[in-house]
Design a protein around this ligand. Sequence first.
Ligand SMILES: *[C@@H]1O[C@H](CO)[C@@H](O)[C@H](O)[C@H]1NC(C)=O
Length: 370
Amino acid sequence: MVWKIQLLLFLAATANTTAEGRHDYPPQLMHTVNSLNKLLDYMLEPRSVIGDMIFGVVLARGQLAVLRRHLAQRQDVKMEPEDLSAISILENKCEEIYRKYMPIRLRAIKENYDIIVDNVVREELWDVDYPLTFGKLRKVPRRSLIKRGPHGEPQKLTSKQRLALLLSGRPNETESDSCISLLIHPQLCGTSPSCWNIMANKDEEIHGYSLTHRLLYLQIARQLGCGGRVEFADSEAAIRSLCSDILVELKRIVELQVPAGFWDLFLEEVSLCGMEGFAEFLNPLFIDWILPLQTPAGCFADRVQDGWLDAPIEPPALSIRRKREDGDLGDGCTMHITGMAAIFLALNIRATIEIWNPDVPLPSLYREQD
Ligand SMILES: *[C@@H]1O[C@H](CO)[C@@H](O)[C@H](O)[C@H]1NC(C)=O
C-alpha cells in the first residue's frame, strides 16, 4: 500500500512537474547529509578497495564542489563560510579517501581496468556542472511498461527476465572496459570501428548496464576532452538520447518495485543521468527508498531493511552475474553499490537545495548530537 502511494507520487513527479510540494525537506536533507557522512567515514577506515568505489567518491566530490560554488554565488542569500561547512566537511572527506586509497587500491587482474582507473578516476576531471532542469528528455510513455497480474500487481520476474533487463545487449563488461581503455591508450581519445559499432549502434534493443555503460563511455570521452574528435562531436545529443532511454528503463524498474539485484543499477541510472542535469531522474522519494539500504556499518547493500518493500528478497547469490570483482564488503554490501550510493547522495543533496527547496537550511553535520 505504502509502495503504491509512492509509485503514484513517482509517476506524478516524473510527469514533468517538480517534485510534489509537501515533502518535508529539512529532516530529509539532514538524514541525507548524515548518511553520506557516515558512508564516507566507513570508507575512511582502512580496507582493500577497488577503483569502482573510489570513482563513486570522486563523482560525489564533484557534485559537492559544484553545489558549494553555486551556493557561494547565490545573490538572494548571503552565505557565510560556516553555512557551507557541512558541504566542505563532506568534500574534504571525499578528497581524503581519494588521496589515501588511489595509491593502495587493489590492482585488477585485467590490465585495461587499471589503465581506466589510473586515467579516469581523477578528481580534476569530474567537476560536472550542469543546471538541474526538466524538459530536455523525450517524454516517458504513460502506459505501464510491464506485464501485470489480474489485480494489477507487477509480474514477478524469472531469473532469465532479470538477466535480460539487467544486461542484454552490447557492450558487455569486457567490451565496455576495452572500449573505454582505448580512449586512453595507446592514444588519447582513441576508438576503433568495432567499439564505435557497439557504442553508437542505434538499431539494437539494449537494457540495464549496457545502456548505462554506453552513457558512461560518452561521459568519459567528454571529460577527457575528446569533444573535438569527429566521432564525439555529437555526444551531447547522444547523451540526451541515452538518458531518455534510461528514463524509460528506470520507470520500468520502479514499476517492478525495484527487485532485489536492481538497486545497484537504479543508483547508477539516477546518478549518471542526474549528474547530466536531467531533473527527471531526481526525486525525493528515491532518497527515502535508498537511505534504508545503508547498513549500520555505513556501507550500502542490495537488500532492504524494515520490510517496506513487499517484494520477496532473494539471496544475493541469485543467478545474476556479479559485477567484476564486485568487492564484497560483508553485510551484503559491495564496493560498486557503495560507491554509487556516494554519488547518489551527493547529487540528491544538491537537488534538494537547488531545485526542490532552495530555502531549506543547510544542516550542520553534528546537529543530531546537539
Ligand atoms: C562479451 O562479448 C564478446 C563478443 O563481443 C564475447 O566474446 C565475450 O565472451 C563476452 N564477454 C562476456 C563476459 O560475456
